[in-house]
Design a protein around this ligand. Structure first.
Ligand SMILES: Cc1cc2nc3c(=O)[nH]c(=O)nc-3n(C[C@H](O)[C@H](O)[C@H](O)COP(=O)(O)OP(=O)(O)OC[C@H]3O[C@@H](n4cnc5c(N)ncnc54)[C@H](O)[C@@H]3O)c2cc1C
Length: 414
């Protein structure tokens, strides 16, 4: 059995589906086939995500990337007819130390420079939109009214439906088990007994990207690290416009979900998962919930959110955050094979950047270059031999996600 298409996208998570949408929308006449190994789309990392879209980022490229995604998703249903479950109730950033509050004040200046609306939150505002927060436990807070969140599963499926409307083909139950490099311009993607010939391959296989890379003899310096979340039972007192709450001094975040609180915790001793040592069938659901981590999170958070002690946990949810040594995405051409592109290394911010990643990969396929300068995301920026202890390097990035000088929390002028 064989088939010919122009572009094969590997992976039906949010990045692959956004790429399919942007490529189909570009109307280049190329035939597009997306291959997803599971029977359901967006059922791996994407399904676990909290879906938060925060604008305060370390470098202008990511500020603009998130801004594009926000604008795209805000109007996505109106422009495509498919609902990404976008909720724009802003975000509160809590300070538990004077250093953190000082860093927030510093961020206000930079936020203004990037046109991001942000303000110091008054007690009245916090009391109205997040009344469960014990005000005496915090030094202050920042409010970013334009921040949002989506249901990541719904959002990915909205990208998928829009891509289908525009002529892309999406196949589930299609595990890519090899890539054969026929000639410079022709490649063959192997799915079971079937050979799919194409000119271009875009790999958006999330944490499994290391396996796709190894099929073309490439090593990607990235490592999946487990992130543990839990959702509480419903709180009938929760205001409808409850924002996302970031608690950087406790390495945690919290937002409303199904009437309860979904909260996640970047633990100090994170589990790194080596997917090259796992079978091809390894899934997110093979990672067991770590109840201890949630107990620790509740212990740390209880002085700020006494309610977390009272509400029982209705769901444990964990997934793999694919980290890189410099906490940047990997987006660009494979350094060793022309016509193969990678989009991975999403950190815990792949939903927030999903629109831009899809746009960049589509531009690379269509024009060989992107409108934005994404050289800082190029896969070839790493010298793998300099990253012998990649698992530990990536675990350190994960651990420091909310550190004071963290990339997500200093709007520096890079
Ligand atoms: C607990 C948690 C909370 C998070 N919260 C947020 C958040 O609030 N905001 C945010 O921006 N980001 C968040 N993230 C990160 C976000 O989930 C990811 O960045 C995003 O989902 C990555 O999407 P992806 O498409 O790259 O990967 P995935 O969703 O993992 O998709 C990859 C797909 O490739 C498929 N695949 C793999 N190998 C093959 C193969 N050989 N053949 C065919 N298909 C294959 C897989 O089955 C999978 O469906 C969070 C992550 C976790 C784990």
């Amino acid at each position: 059995m064989s088939k010919n298409v122009d572009v094969v996208i590997i992976g039906g998570g949010i990045w692959g589906l956004s790429t399919a949408y942007h490529l189909a929308k570009a109307e280049t006449g190329r035939s597009i086939l997306l291959l997803e190994r599971k029977s359901t789309l967006a059922d791996e990392t994407t399904r676990q995500a909290a879906g938060q879209i925060g604008q305060l980022r370390s470098d202008p490229l990511m500020v603009n990337a998130v801004n594009y995604t926000l604008n795209l998703l805000r109007s996505f249903e109106a422009s495509t007819g498919h609902d990404p479950h976008f909720v724009q109730t802003g975000s509160l950033h809590l300070a538990h130390s004077s250093e953190r509050m000082k860093s927030f004040e510093h961020q206000l200046t930079h936020a203004e420079k990037f046109g991001i609306q942000a303000e110091v939150a008054t007690s009245e505002l916090i009391g109205r939109i997040a009344p469960e927060i014990a005000l005496e436990s915090i030094q202050g807070a920042l409010f970013v009214p334009g921040d949002a969140y989506v249901n990541a599963y719904a959002c990915a499926n909205a990208y998928a439906k829009a891509a289908l409307d525009l002529g892309a083909e999406i196949r589930t139950g299609a595990l890519v088990n090899d890539i054969l490099l026929e000639t410079d311009s022709s490649k063959c993607v192997v799915v079971g007994d079937e050979k799919i010939y194409c000119n271009t391959i875009v790999s958006c296989a999330g944490p499994w990207s290391v396996r796709i890379a190894s099929m073309i003899g490439l090593t990607l310096p990235m490592y999946p690290i487990r992130l543990q979340q839990a959702r509480t039972q419903a709180d009938p007192e929760m205001p409808e416009d409850h924002p996302v709450v970031r608690i950087p001094d406790h390495s945690a975040y919290l937002r409303p979900e199904e009437g309860g609180y979904l909260f996640g915790f970047f633990d100090r001793d994170p589990l790194a998962v080596n997917l090259l040592e796992k079978p091809a069938s390894f899934e997110t659901r093979d990672i067991l919930p770590e109840v201890n981590i949630i107990d620790e999170a509740r212990r740390v958070l209880k002085s700020t959110f006494p309610i977390l002690e009272r509400l029982s946990i209705s769901q444990y949810r964990q997934g793999m955050v694919t980290c890189t040594p410099d906490a940047r995405y990997i987006v660009g051409p494979a350094p060793n094979v022309a016509g193969v592109y990678f989009g991975t290394g999403c950190g815990a911010m792949g939903i927030a950047g999903s629109g831009s990643v899809g746009r960049w990969l589509s531009e690379l396929v269509t024009h060989g270059k992107t409108e934005d300068d994404i050289s800082s995301l190029d896969p070839s920026r790493f010298k793998y031999q300099e990253h012998e202890n990649i698992a530990e390097e990536c675990a350190a990035i994960f651990r420091d996600y909310y550190a004071l000088k963290s990339v997500t929390y200093s709007l520096g002028e890079e």
